[in-house]
Each structure stands twice: as C-alpha cells, then as structure tokens.
Design a protein around this ligand. Structure first.
Ligand SMILES: [Zn+2]
Length: 329
C-alpha cells in the first residue's frame, strides 16, 4: 500500500510545557503516551489575551496543572472538543468550571450499543498476553484495549454544525468542519487567519486513524478525507503528532492507503480468506501483533462498507461483524 509521508516523531517532547508553535498557536502536550495517542495529547491554545482551547485532553493532574499555568492571564472564551474520546475531552469539564467558558462540539458521543461481535472469539484469544509481553515500544501501552475509551460524560454547551462559527476574538476566528468517520461527531476546526485546520484524530501526523464500527464509519471517513482535501489548507494541526505542512501530498497518500486497503480486503475475501482474522494475518504482516486486534476493527470497517456497496455478503445474512463469515459477490 502507498506509504504515507508521516512527520518525524516528537522525540523532543517536553511534557507540561507550553510552546509557541506558530504566531497565534500554542500547544501543551499531555503525558499520556499510548498506541492511540502517540507521544500524548496536544492541547492547542489559539490567540493571545482572549483565547480558545482545543481538546483540553485527558483527566491527568499533570496536564491540568500545565494548562492552568499556560492560561494564566488569558480569558478563555471557548473550549472546543474534536470528539469525546478519553484522551480529548475529559478536562473540558474542569476548564469550563474554572473559566466559565462554554464547551463547543458537534455533540456528545451517540449512545450506540456495541455488539458482542466476536471480540472474545477463539480466533483472537492468542493475541491477549503473549504478544503484549513481546511489545517493546515504550510508547505503547499494554492494555490491549481494542477501542479507544469513550468519554460518555461529555455533552457540549454549544453544538455546532458544519460551516458554523465556533468562536472568535480579535485576531482569530474558528469555524466548524464536521468530519465524521473516526467518530460520527468528529469535528475539525478551521483557522483561516493561518490557513490552518485543527484536524483532531481525523488526520494525524504519525499514524492512520482508527475507524472502528459501529460509531466509526469508513464510508463517512473517506468522504471526510475528501472534504479536507478540497479545502487546501496550508497546514494541519493534529491532536497527536507533528503538524502536516504539506497537506496535499499527505492527504493523497492517506486516502490512497485506505482505498488500497479496501481493495486488498475484497481481494482477500475473493481468495478464500473469508473471516476477519485471516484477513488481518495476511494484510498486516508488517504490523506488530499487539496491534492486530485494532487492525481487526479496521478490516471490519472496510467490510461494513464493502457489504453496503454490494461487493461482499455476510454468510447467512445479518450485519458485518468480527465473527462473521464473508463471501464476495
Ligand atoms: Zn479518538
């Protein structure tokens, strides 16, 4: 598959320090490194004097203290949340109480029942312990959590729809760019004064994005990538990883990677790998095994789309699940 020109890692990350990353943007990185959050959550502060905070981050005392220090003397007028995963939204409640500023997002995480879809199936049980013990990347957590944790407590004070103003002050304006896919309520935030887009987890500087059904939706995700492509921003600021300073080629590769994966999944089904696990084993040989459960969610996301598109059927009917058997149409 097409390699994505990921931006070199933040090896010099200074947790808890506020750094000026552009004329009007500061960033504080939380010390919550993991296989989903890379070196940690980057909380952005936009403006000076009157500011907006984007993705206040995880409920971590060190990060709360670092944000409090970074915001001394600032008037916070908006707390923007790209989506309510536990590494993005939990400190919003504290910051709102502290500053009186409203929280702004597309909406709370929808209440969706997660199906018992074969996660505990025997096909996956060998990935539980042995492979975690073998994981040697210090930045990888050892919980083998197949999904990002959802912050169900978060409900925004202000709901914004695509294209609506998020907040403004002299020197900066922020506008909503609804980008469903990673989650149905995922929000990117346009910052026209710097031709910048805060891209949350939709486009990240270090990795592809987890698209995990049922709330994660590959069709929506691909459409949302095209939407960002069509904007021609000069720079993308993801919540995890370094900025993407050449969005054009990056997004082309990011999108090609997904579409190629989709055709590889379809090919695998056609060649008799008719369950998710053998597809993962065939397509993710280069990916460490402790990430194979997450890869299974991603293959499932492609299968949901392929079933919707009529290229694949579920044996015996019913929805696409991790435990189902598939057949090419
Ligand atoms: Zn997320």
């Amino acid at each position: 598959v097409t390699p994505i020109p990921f931006v070199p890692s933040l090896d010099d990350v200074h947790y808890g320090h506020v750094e000026h990353v552009s004329a009007r943007i500061r960033r504080v990185i939380a010390e919550n490194p993991s296989k989903y959050s890379y070196r940690g959550t980057g909380t952005y502060v936009v403006g000076q004097g009157t500011v907006a905070v984007i993705d206040p981050g995880p409920d971590l005392a060190s990060h709360r203290d670092a944000l409090a220090a970074a915001l001394v003397g600032e008037k916070v007028v908006a707390i923007v949340v790209t989506h309510c995963h536990a590494d993005h939204s939990p400190l919003a409640a504290w910051l709102a109480a502290e500053t009186g500023a409203p929280t702004v997002a597309v909406g709370p995480h929808p209440a969706i029942e997660l199906p018992e879809d074969g996660l505990l199936d025997d096909e996956w049980s060998d990935l539980d312990d042995a492979d975690l013990a073998g994981a040697d990347d210090a930045a990888v957590d050892r919980t083998d959590e197949p999904r990002e944790t959802i912050d169900t407590a978060f409900t925004p004070d202000i709901r914004v729809a695509d294209g609506e103003p998020v907040a403004e002050a002299p020197g900066w304006t922020l506008t909503a760019v609804h980008t469903p896919g990673h989650t149905s309520n995922h929000l990117c935030v346009a910052f026209p004064e710097e031709r910048a887009l805060f891209s949350g987890d939709h486009v990240m500087g270090w990795s592809t994005t987890v698209v995990s059904p049922p709330d994660g939706d590959m069709r929506a995700y691909v459409e949302s990538l095209r939407k960002v492509q069509g904007r021609h921003d000069a720079v993308l600021w993801p919540t995890h990883g370094n900025p993407i300073t050449e969005p054009g080629p990056f997004l082309r590769a990011y999108l090609a990677h997904r579409l190629e994966r989709e055709s590889q999944v379809l090919d695998s089904i056609r060649h008799g790998r008719v369950r998710v696990r053998p597809v993962v084993d065939a397509l993710y040989v280069d990916v460490p095994r402790h990430l194979h459960r997450a890869a299974g969610r991603s293959v499932l996301a492609h299968l949901v789309k392929l079933v919707d598109d009529g290229h694949v059927e579920v044996e015996g009917g019913g929805p696409a699940t991790l435990g189902a058997t598939y057949r090419a149409v």
